[in-house]
Design a protein around this ligand. Structure first.
Ligand code: TRH
Length: 403
């Protein structure tokens, strides 16, 4: 019997455990530590599991205010609501597990947050134990492939938790990539009208002249920004800077001598023009990356999106105690620069290190190697796609376990 693929636009046929007619139910638990990456990753995963794989998804999240920044239609006053077919529960950890205790087929504990004890007890009592996954933070380090999909038995219950490691190399869980992402990017890049519309609605201005370099800047506070702003001001060709309102905005305000650099602000000094943008939903953030020539990104999810945008980018890694983040930065650089000639590779490494607190960011060097960096960005996106999309890798693993 041959399988007939669904017609384009038809929702995916619901996946079901053990071949039953009901879709796979999945609960994702997300405790927001700080910033937007925890919920950013969970929400993106939830939307893919529901929209592309037909799973029935609930997201338990403890901070609806952080969530609302990247999902403006969320109502922060509601204990339970449904968006894009996904049930969202305002999670009051550690005891709360929704008004009625229902254990899903697949339980995803994001970034080692602790599941409510009552929920774990119910998991153990379920006639068929759920698949329990601990979705880890992304790291490009080699050890990740060895630990991906390793089980860890529970000390008290007859349950086992499996570690699911995102990564940039073979043998890892990969990173999230929606099925329609490349097509959406290609359509944006091919349409002058779409880009002009984006510029008008996001900045209030028409697209910049062709000789301008457009840079998006999403970053934590860093002393490296002051000298970089001066270099951009003194650049031989125009620089247009797009800055989502956030932690770096204070540095922009200081540089331009303004009281703040809130969304809707514009300023010019020398050859540098900057626009402060409102924080958008996640698809809107992708468009910002596509509209730019160079993307400064941070944390985890925007770092991944910059790779799919296939433009040269600079990563501000989430800083950890004892500089534990630095080997992770170098591991990502090793993947990303692998095929670059030594001079371009050195320039990129020095720039990333400087942006992360070690050395002086040299824009002229970065710009000199731009054509090679751009070529490599496209090559790397193709290489990374070989690892497979994380949601697809996760659903394949789940299906193999729920048989
Ligand atoms: O906000 P972050 O710094 O999150 C970080 C990291 O995830 C880090 O690994 C984690 O340990 C820490 O939080 C607690 O950066 P990140 O991961 O890029 O998340 C930002 C999210 O916000 C991402 O999903 C993109 C989204 N976004 C929008 O939706 N709209 C916007 O306008 C912008 C600027 C971002």
């Amino acid at each position: 019997m041959s399988a007939v693929p669904p017609a384009s636009g038809t929702p995916a046929a619901p996946a079901s455990p053990a071949g039953l007619a009901t879709p796979i139910a999945c609960d994702i638990f997300c405790a927001v530590i700080d910033n937007f990456g925890d919920i950013g990753v969970c929400w993106r995963l939830a939307r893919q599991l529901a929209g592309e794989h037909g799973w029935q998804v609930r997201v338990f999240v403890d901070d609806l205010h952080a969530f609302r920044k990247l999902c403006p239609s969320l109502d922060t006053t509601r204990a339970r609501q449904t968006l894009d077919g996904i049930v969202i529960e305002h999670w009051h950890e550690p005891a709360h597990a929704g008004d009625t205790l229902e254990v899903a087929d697949v339980v995803i504990e994001a970034f080692a947050c602790e599941l409510p004890p009552v929920y774990i007890a119910a998991m153990a009592e379920r006639p068929r134990a759920p698949l329990w996954l601990n979705l880890e933070y992304l790291s490009a380090e080699d050890w990740v492939a060895d630990f991906h999909l390793r089980p860890s038995p529970h000390p008290r219950y007859p349950l086992s938790k499996t570690f699911f490691f995102p990564g940039l190399g073979p043998g890892t869980g990969g990173v999230l990539k929606e099925q329609q992402l490349d097509a959406a990017r290609a359509a944006f890049e091919a349409s002058a009208d779409a880009r002009a519309h984006w510029w008008r609605t996001s900045t209030g201005h028409p697209p910049p002249p062709a000789d301008a370099t457009v840079i998006s800047l999403f970053a934590y506070e860093t002393p490296a920004v002051d000298s970089l702003l001066e270099q951009w001001r003194d650049s031989a060709s125009p620089i247009v800077l797009l800055v989502p309102e956030g932690r770096i905005s204070g540095a922009l305000a200081r540089f331009f001598g303004l009281p703040s650099f809130a969304a809707g602000s514009h300023a010019t000094r020398g050859n540098l023009t900057a626009h402060a943008l409102a924080f958008t939903d996640q698809p809107g953030y992708d468009a910002l990356l596509w509209a730019s020539d160079v993307n400064f990104v941070r944390g985890e999810d925007s770092f991944v999106r910059a790779q799919w945008a296939a433009k040269p980018f600079v990563w501000h890694i989430y800083p950890q105690a004892d500089d534990a983040h630095l080997p992770k930065l170098d591991a990502a650089l090793a993947h990303y620069t692998r095929t670059l000639p030594a001079a371009a590779r050195g320039a990129l490494e020095r720039f990333w290190h400087a942006w992360n607190g070690n050395g002086q960011a040299d824009w002229a060097q970065f710009q000199r190697h731009y054509p090679l960096l751009k070529q490599r960005a496209a090559g790397w996106a193709a290489e990374l796609a070989q690892v497979g999309d994380l949601a697809g890798n996760l659903t394949s693993f789940a299906k193999s376990q729920l048989k």
